[in-house]
Design a protein around this ligand. Structure first.
Ligand SMILES: [Fe+2]
Length: 443
């Protein structure tokens, strides 16, 4: 039976399909833009392959949009037809996918963890699992998983740099910055173009307030990421987080237009509403507006893109950003409708995201709206009780920071210096070094 590049069996009668599927996994782990094309070719070779269809379902689920739910369910059904003849590992991918597509995200993660426990070199399961845990905010859990599999890997196993990158990001999100940096640099020594380890390192530099070093490093490495998937946009967003600290606003606006929200660029043209891109774009425009920059008519195109997705509750952090977009565009009644949709979804006890919406995304969305209306006391009322739960929206410390910035600004606006200082202390507990020195908190 054919196997992937790490020797794990792929059940298919087509050797060519297995080779293409293995290349798909490698490209996916390396965050390369050609991943979807490779998977498509693998499916053309063996349209009924259980593993190929399960991987397709997982990738569609990973796009975190209800627009792709039907396609993901079709992939799941196709995988189930040939599952009885597949290996136990492949069947577990299908089982986990079924949980995920029915809102049982914790169970899905547990099944993937069981796969990784038994097959610690299963790179696809590792990447799917980290992504799932990341968007659940469960980075403590994610680190616990990577601590188990890391020792099963070495340089002779294909995909090692991508694996190191995963470990580095887990370490970084758990504030183990030195280990994260060493791990990311080890990956980059093996593959200087590795996107996810560059990303982990960018996070470390931001958390440690290494602004000038971050600007120089990101600018010098950006050409290496041209073949990456939309992570290249997210890395450009990270570059802008450093530039904001140096108030390089004109430069940020050109990076926004060219490398973060360029509708002519092939990735953005193919999927203009990808959730992470909308998060990048809106949180950067918000930060610029907050710094007093006129961002022109850049909000409206984001509003146009999110309009068909007002009832899409596939990612709490994205929904909170939709609120930022609608509030910034002064589309207040749409923003209120969005919050209502979020509230009715949060009553749905059968979905693992329901409670996360309730405890984190809804307070954040309400605060975004109140902040734009300059109702600063209301911002404090919404966010303060939710402060310890915001991690449940998913996303990194660097991304979640926008809601801390919003609260810090409102606290300063009403002149509550004591609470402002207490908040800076909370922000430092998130892992940010010397919060008071950062321009985004100086009001
Ligand atoms: Fe990031």
């Amino acid at each position: 039976m054919p196997a992937d590049n790490r020797g794990l069996t792929i059940t298919t009668e087509s050797t060519r399909a297995a080779v293409l599927l293995s290349e798909t996994i490698d490209a996916f782990a390396a965050r390369q833009a050609n991943t979807g094309g490779l998977l498509q070719s693998a499916l053309e070779e063996d349209p009924n392959g259980c593993f190929a269809n399960a991987v397709l379902g997982w990738m569609l689920h990973g796009a975190r949009t209800t627009a792709l739910t039907e396609q993901a369910l079709s992939a799941l059904n196709a995988a189930k037809i040939t599952a009885p003849k597949a290996t136990r590992r492949e069947q577990q991918y299908v089982e986990a996918l079924e949980y995920a597509l029915h809102g049982q995200l914790i169970m899905a993660a547990k099944v993937l963890e069981a796969v990784v426990d038994e097959h610690p070199t299963d790179l696809a399961a590792i990447v799917f699992l980290q992504s799932e845990l990341f968007w659940l905010g469960e980075m403590v859990w994610s680190e616990r998983v990577s601590a188990k599999f890391i020792d099963h890997w070495n340089e002779s196993i294909p995909g090692f740099p991508a694996l190191l990158a995963i470990r580095a990001f887990d370490l970084e999100e758990n504030n183990r910055f030195d280990q994260a940096e060493n791990t990311a640099k080890r990956a980059l020594a093996l593959n200087p173009a590795d996107v996810w380890s560059a990303h982990a390192l960018a996070h470390v530099m931001l958390m440690q307030n290494r602004i000038d070093e971050g600007i120089e490093w990101m600018a010098s490495k950006a050409p290496l990421w041209a073949d990456a998937n939309q992570m290249q946009y997210h890395l450009a967003w990270h570059e802008c987080l450093f530039l904001i600290e140096r108030r390089q606003h004109e430069q940020i606006l050109s990076i926004y237009d060219e490398r973060i929200r360029n509708r002519q660029h092939h990735l953005c043209a193919a999927m203009p509403d990808l959730y992470i891109d909308l998060q990048n774009a809106s949180s950067l425009l918000w930060r610029l507006s907050q710094a007093g920059v006129d961002v022109g008519n850049r909000w409206q195109p984001l509003v146009d893109v999110i309009h068909p997705r007002m009832d899409d509750m596939s990612n709490p952090f994205t929904s909170a950003h939709f609120a930022l977009i609608l509030a910034a565009n002064e589309s207040y009644s749409d923003c209120e409708s969005l919050i209502q949709s979020m509230e009715s979804f949060s009553q749905n006890a059968d979905h693992d995201l329901a409670g996360r919406y309730k405890r984190a995304a809804i307070p954040a969305a309400k605060a975004a709206l109140a902040h734009h209306r300059q109702e600063h006391a209301h911002v404090i009322e919404c966010l303060t009780p939710a402060l310890n739960d915001l991690w449940e929206m998913g996303g990194s410390h660097a991304q979640q920071d926008i809601f801390f910035q919003l609260l810090a600004h409102s606290t300063a606006q009403i002149g509550d210096r004591k609470n402002h200082e207490r908040l800076l202390h909370t922000i430092e507990k998130q892992g940010f070094v010397d919060a008071a020195a950062r321009s985004v908190y100086q009001h």
